[in-house]
Structure formats: C-alpha cells, structure tokens
Design a protein around this ligand. Structure first.
Ligand code: ATP
Ligand code: MG
Length: 427
C-alpha cells in the first residue's frame, strides 16, 4: 500500500508506520506540521485493511468538524494519498465515512451523544486526533472497548501539553506497561517543509507554545508568561503617525485597579500601545462609579496626543473599545451614554495570551514608555506553577490588569493584524 502513495516519506514517518502495525497503542507526538497526521493516517489505512471484521472502526476528534478538516480532507487528497484517496467517501456532516470499503464511525468527543455510540460497542480499530484534548474519561472508555492483546489497536496523534498531563503520566511514561509506542516528531521529520514556511510557523508560536509546538517538549507552564518581552526591543520613546486607532482594551475593577490600553496601527505597519489609563482605588484611596470611569476614559481618549501630527493634535476615536466581558454594569453605562464601538472582549485567556505573545515575539507590537502600568506588569506576569502541576495551564491571578487590557485589545482584533507580521524579522 505504501507504494501507492506519491509522497516521499521521511525515515521517521516510515519507521512509525511499520512499527504501528505491531503496537497495541501507537502515538505520534511532537511539533506542529511535523508530519504526524500523514504518517498516522497511512498507518491507519494499513491497519484498516487488517482490522478484524467484528468490531467497529472509529475515528475520534474534538468535533465532527475537526475530524473532517484534519483527517477526511487530507485522506481525500490525491496529492497526498494518490489512488487511495478515491476510496475515501464521506458526505459533509454525516457521522460515518466509507474508507477502503469499510464503514468508519466519526465521533466528536465534545458531543455527549456521540460518546454513547461507542459506549457499549466492541472496537476493532480506533484513531484519535489531538489526544491531549480528549477528556480523560473518554480515552479510558475507548481503551476499555478495545480488545487489547488481540489484533485491535488504537492509533493517536497529539501535540505536547504539560508534563503532568494524564496522557504523558499514565501512558507515555508507562509505555512498556500499557503497550504504547510513542514516536516523537520534530519539524525535521516532515520532508515537505521549506525554510520560508518554517520561519512563518515559528513566528506563530512564542514562549510556552514555542517550546511545546515547535520544539515538541512536554514542558511546564512556568516562569514568565511573556518571556519574549524585552524592554530594549519593545519599549519606545518615539511614536510614528498612526494610520488607524485600532482598539482600546479595558479591564474593569472597582476594588482592583481599572486599566485601559490604547492600540494604534503605525505608518510603519507596527502596532503600538500608545497610551494607557489606570485607576487604582487602593492608592487613590477612592473607588469610582461606572459613570466616573466612563467619563475618565472619554477624557483620557480626548486628551491623547496624536503622534506625527502637529504638536497640539489631540484626541482619538478608536475603532473598537473592547471591555472585560464580565463588566456588564460598566458596559451598560457606556451604552447608555452612547459611547460608540463598544464590544465585549474575546476572553479566552490562553488563546489571548498566545495572540499577545505572537505580537511581541514577532516584533509587531511596541509599547510607549508612558504606559507605566502595563510595563510594570508584563515582566512579572507569570504562569501558575501549582496549577500546572495539576495539569492545568493558567496565569497567576495578580497584577494582571493592564496586561489583561492589552490582551483584550489585541486578541479581539487578531484577525485584523495577523497579516502585518514580518516573518523575516520574526525569524
Ligand atoms: N512525507 C510528506 N511529503 C509531503 N508532504 C507532507 C509529508 N508529510 C507531511 N506533509 C505535509 O506537511 C503538512 C504537515 O503535516 P501533518 O499534517 O502530517 O503534520 P502534523 O504533525 O500532523 O501537524 P499538526 O501537529 O499541526 O497536526 C501537511 O500539509 C502535510 O500534507
Ligand atoms: Mg496533525
């Protein structure tokens, strides 16, 4: 079957495909785009032909949609799988596919009903995409449905997570005991990557994610979240003319500090944290009402000096004001006053941190020296190591107000600025 495939496979890919035919559990782990999915899908096709007739063949992913995108689409690509691609039939949205004449059940692990489809079944062959993202209980249930020791097998791919993740602790580190063979892939194991692509890929991952997704390490979320932050590189005294006033991010607090950060898109095509507003009720010895905050924010924006214009040019109208989504009362206040362009910020903490990390790491984002609250927080913004030891990645909840405001502004607009990244500079 390998002879039908037009791809020049790397030695690691070939070795994994061959060894997988004898491993009760085969795991392709490591860097992104390192060729894990292609190798594991080939191993899956071979195992499918050999799979016992009794028992189901299941493909598990986070959702039906990710299964279609990550697995069915490549399987149907002639460029990748040659004539085999013609034997992969699937109608978008259907929960089965026919692959090499055999019915394959597609199971989204986030869909509780889907789980029911395999609960009582005997499974002959299972393929799991993005294994670390599966609920632990789902993985255990899947294993219990496989007749381990017989011909049935489980093939899975994953990117690394923290060192205390259940997949590493209970399976990878106990490989011999549980019958798991792990192939660790790095970017060098994908023979198709050109240097320009690798440079772009590297620029998309910084800090913790660089170590996990580029270097392929199961590393702990520890130390500084923004370890790519470098005062000499990121802090500026002079600002260029701003083409656009991209956004303001606001982290709301009454007892805790209230922080806002203004982002501009400079004529040099970089992003700038131009100015910030902060009110710390603890040092000011006074809490402000929502109406007072609203007035202060409006006054702050009206007073921001516009760089690159004549000296007296002041006042900006940001395209968006993204507010901490939990600050409902404050958002209502702004709406009541008809402050334009208010929206709740996108508040996925880890994705947001990644966005800020990419903006910093690629050199796209610069911060004006006047943003003292933000500059004071960034170096100390750290991962919660206690949580990481429980297998959970999250930053410590402390002195993160301006950092959150920056995250709200940047992550909520990431689709607008991603294209500005200069990959040459980033590499
Ligand atoms: N031997 C090969 N020959 C040609 N192209 C390949 C080969 N192996 C992988 N590729 C291509 O390289 C890209 C990345 O490969 P693949 O999807 O297998 O990586 P991955 O390790 O699964 O990445 P991720 O962690 O992002 O899921 C894909 O576009 C794939 O088609
Ligand atoms: Mg993959």
């Amino acid at each position: 079957m390998l002879r039908d495939v037009p791809l020049p496979l790397s030695p690691k890919q070939i070795r994994s495909i061959v060894e997988a035919q004898h491993a009760p559990i085969g795991l392709w782990s490591g860097a992104v785009s390192s060729g894990k999915t292609i190798a594991s899908l080939l191993a899956f096709l071979i195992a499918l032909v050999a799979a016992p007739d009794h028992g189901l063949v299941v493909v598990v992913g986070r959702s039906l949609n990710t299964i279609e995108r990550n697995l069915i689409d490549p399987l149907q690509s002639k460029h990748l799988f040659g004539p085999l691609a013609g034997h992969v039939h699937h109608t978008t949205g259907a929960t089965t596919a026919t692959i090499l004449g055999r019915t394959v059940h597609l199971v989204g692990a986030s869909d509780a009903r889907a789980e029911g489809r395999i609960r009582g079944a005997t499974i002959a062959l299972a393929y799991v995409d993005e294994a670390t993202l599966l609920p632990h209980a789902f993985w255990m249930m899947l294993l219990s449905r496989l007749r381990v020791g017989s011909q049935s097998r489980l093939l899975a791919t994953t990117n690394p997570d923290g060192p205390f993740h259940w997949l590493r602790k209970e399976f990878i580190l106990r490989g011999a005991e549980v019958g798991l063979t792990n192939w660790h892939f790095t970017l060098d194991d994908n023979p198709s990557l050109d240097p320009g692509f690798v440079a772009r890929l590297k620029a998309q991952y910084t800090g913790l994610w660089y170590r996990r997704f580029i270097l392929g390490e199961w590393c702990l979320a520890q130390g500084s979240v923004y370890d790519m932050f470098d005062e000499t590189r990121h802090v500026v005294d002079l600002l260029p003319y701003m083409r656009r006033w991209t956004a303001v991010g606001i982290d709301y607090g009454t007892v805790n500090p209230f922080a806002a950060v203004l982002i501009g898109h400079g004529e040099d095509n970089r992003l700038y944290a131009v100015s910030e507003y902060r009110h710390d009720s603890a040092t000011a010895l006074r809490q402000l009402t929502d109406a007072e905050y609203s007035r202060n924010v409006r006054e702050w924006l009206a007073g921001v000096r516009r760089p690159g214009e004549h000296g007296a040019a002041r006042g900006v109208r940001p395209e968006w004001i993204f507010v901490d989504p939990s600050a409902a009362s404050f958002m209502n206040q702004l709406w009541t006053e008809r402050v334009p362009n208010i929206a709740p910020a996108v508040n996925d903490v880890l994705d947001g941190i990644r966005s800020v990390g990419v903006a910093l790491g690629s050199g796209l984002l610069r911060i004006h020296r006047s943003c003292t609250g933000l500059l004071g927080e960034l170096p100390g913004y750290a991962w919660d190591e206690k949580a990481a030891e429980r297998g959970e990645d999250k930053p410590l909840k402390m002195d993160d107000h301006s950092a959150d405001a920056l995250r709200y502004a940047l992550h909520s607009t990431a689709h607008e600025w991603r294209g500005l990244i200069d990959y040459q500079e980033a590499a």
